[in-house]
Design a protein around this ligand. Structure first.
Ligand SMILES: C[S@@+](CC[C@H](N)C(=O)[O-])C[C@H]1O[C@@H](n2cnc3c(N)ncnc32)[C@H](O)[C@@H]1O
Length: 177
């Protein structure tokens, strides 16, 4: 498994618990976050992991490496014009049939969730630079299949959870032929 943008490693610790005998990689752009993620991973007692510096825009892995790629609360920080390139990297490093799971802050569906948008407009720093995005069309344009979408709210904070599959090359060949 690969987690991109591990942050303090909360989800990465769960990956280690779920996949103690598999290969588990995590990357983040900053050493500060990696230090915290490593401390948490060390406490897990699982040693089948690597936590390294890395940029979602250019993943340092060969194509078709991972069965599962997890990414939480990154796209809501990135400029929208970067989405296709980052999703292209996710597609590249997943093996055919591999699964992508993404969670990010999404746009408000109800008036009582719009306070978050207002806060962002007043001062993006109050929300750590995050604003709501809707990623589903980007996943479909990138070529992911079986895209599912779920909306959850935590104290009105809206999060979308997307799951999708990298198509098998064979299926590509059949549809293209
Ligand atoms: C809002 S935090 C989310 C952390 C973690 N995924 C979570 O849900 O708790 C965003 C993280 O993305 C990392 N990040 C920002 N830009 C990145 C990039 N281009 N490549 C990899 N990580 C990045 C930041 O360093 C930070 O740890």
């Amino acid at each position: 498994m690969l987690e991109v943008a591990v942050g303090t490693g909360l989800a990465f610790a769960q990956i280690l618990a779920a996949n103690p005998h598999g290969r588990n990689d995590g990357i983040d752009l900053t050493q500060e976050m990696l230090l915290r993620a490593r401390r948490r991973a060390e406490r897990s007692g699982v040693h089948t992991y690597r936590l390294e510096l890395g940029d979602a825009h250019k993943l340092d892995y060969p194509a078709h490496t991972f069965d599962v790629l997890l990414n939480n609360y990154l796209f809501d920080l990135l400029p929208e014009e970067d989405f296709p390139a980052v999703l292209g990297e996710f597609m590249r490093v997943l093996r055919p049939g591999g699964r992508l799971v993404i969670a990010n802050m999404t746009r408000a569906a109800h008036w009582y969730e719009r306070g978050w948008e207002l806060l962002y407009r007043l001062n993006p720093a109050w929300l750590g630079g995050c604003r709501g995005v809707s990623l589903r069309p980007y996943l479909e344009s990138a070529g992911f299949q079986d895209v599912t979408h779920e909306l959850i709210r935590q104290l009105t904070f809206p999060t979308e959870i997307l799951s999708a599959v990298k198509p098998h090359e064979l299926r590509h060949e059949i549809t293209e032929g």
